[in-house]
Design a protein around this ligand. Structure first.
Ligand SMILES: [Zn+2]
Length: 160
């Protein structure tokens, strides 16, 4: 005979939630450590022949478990990194975390070139502004790509 303790909608005990939160946080922290190595310019360049490269799989697992378990880590914790998104439009190898150009809800359109040419970027690819034509955009993308995928190791996109 089975004994049922509580309904299915009941939240697990605090100790279980704490353990699950540790898993979600730990996966994200491991992902940040892996990212710091595998997204360096030289490593990305070395792996260009591969059809696919690391796409923050540990971070994505962390996001998935966070939603499944209802932890809320990715909604509330300021110490987390941004959730991994689609691939960067410039390098095509790292997840995009930023968007430049395009139209924004609360911002009045100015009619500039980038409003109609939005790009998703990773932290490693940085475009030189201003960009006012297709030619300038192509040059800026090529320059940013060459810089973020190169035989370099030490360069890091985020200010320390
Ligand atoms: Zn990129």
């Amino acid at each position: 005979m089975r004994t049922v303790h509580g309904g299915s909608s009941r939240r697990p005990p605090a100790s279980v939630m704490a353990w699950k939160r540790m898993v979600v946080v730990g996966l994200n922290q491991m992902c940040v450590l892996v990212d710091d190595v595998v997204y360096r310019p030289a490593i990305v360049r070395l792996t260009l022949r591969l059809p696919r490269w690391w796409r923050c799989e540990l971070g994505q697992l962390s996001v998935w478990l966070d939603e499944r378990w209802g932890i809320g880590y990715w909604q509330t914790d300021d110490q987390r990194t941004l959730a991994p998104g689609d691939l960067c439009d410039v390098c095509g190898r790292r997840p995009a975390h930023l968007e430049v150009g395009g139209l924004w809800e609360d911002v009045e359109p100015e009619g500039d070139f980038m409003e109609s040419h939005p790009l998703r970027l990773c932290f490693w690819c940085q475009l030189d502004a201003p960009i006012e034509s297709e030619e300038q955009l192509s040059t800026a993308i090529a320059d940013a790509r060459a810089c973020s995928i190169a035989w370099r190791w030490r360069w890091h996109p985020m200010p320390n």
